[in-house]
Design a protein around this ligand. Sequence first.
Ligand SMILES: CN(C)C(=N)NCCC[C@H](N)C(=O)O
Length: 274
Amino acid sequence: MNKPHILMCPPVHYGIEYEINPWMSTERQADHGLANHQWQALRQILLDAGAMISDVQPVAGLPDLVFTANSAIVFGKRAVLARFKHEQRQGEEPHFRRWLEAHSWQVDEPPADFSFEGAGDALFCGDTLYAGYRQRSDASGHQQIGEMLGVRVLPLELVDPYYYHLDTCFCPLAPDEAIYLPAAFDDYGQRVLAESIPKLHSVEEDEAKSFACNAVVVGKTVVTNIGCPELHAMLRSIGFDPIETPLSEFVKAGGSAKCLTLRLDGEEAAGWKG
Ligand SMILES: CN(C)C(=N)NCCC[C@H](N)C(=O)O
């Protein structure tokens, strides 16, 4: 069994330099020293959980490069690169392409004219690719990516601007199990999730605001920001080992644990091959 492999980016140039989601305010800056401390602690927890971690070089002027989840979706040795919706993040694309190519991935562009924000919006649960659209990624683009990879795609409309990426409101735990925030989806999306995932657990709104759903799953270990006690109790009751670690400085940019990681051994592996 392969060791889980995760891509991260040290927060050397991280900061709140623009506002592209409702969590961000340039008047509420991240504390640089604290951000670095929180990032190191997350990294250590993932190493202790058995993951191998690679780093992409931080780049001045690209403060959101730390959110590696958005760089691509990885499927075996193929990666479909992000095409960011906001120009403030588009400069990240060549850096991620270079890193992936240098490490032997075959990198494909997403379909022309569609924005696509990688594993922030495209998450495997079992064999199905769940794909968030409307806020950052486009629904038709997801369908074409599904055709490129030969996988079934279930698009889910994201209706709340605070939950602008799928990984802010949905997290697969195992091929047949996931957590989600119902209010982040329309009725149709809620039905799709309920009908396709046998063990679906909802998260309370006040814990979702602490990015409860933005969890990193490595085997039975589930790592989240602090402020998710109900979720952690539920996870323990179903046999997972939740760990909390403070990520306040990244929440200021609209991200948390999962956003700071890209699963390189394939999102389809996360959570059960551990
Ligand atoms: C869980 N999330 C939201 C992520 N996968 N990424 C965080 C991206 C944050 C960045 N400021 C932005 O607005 O794009």
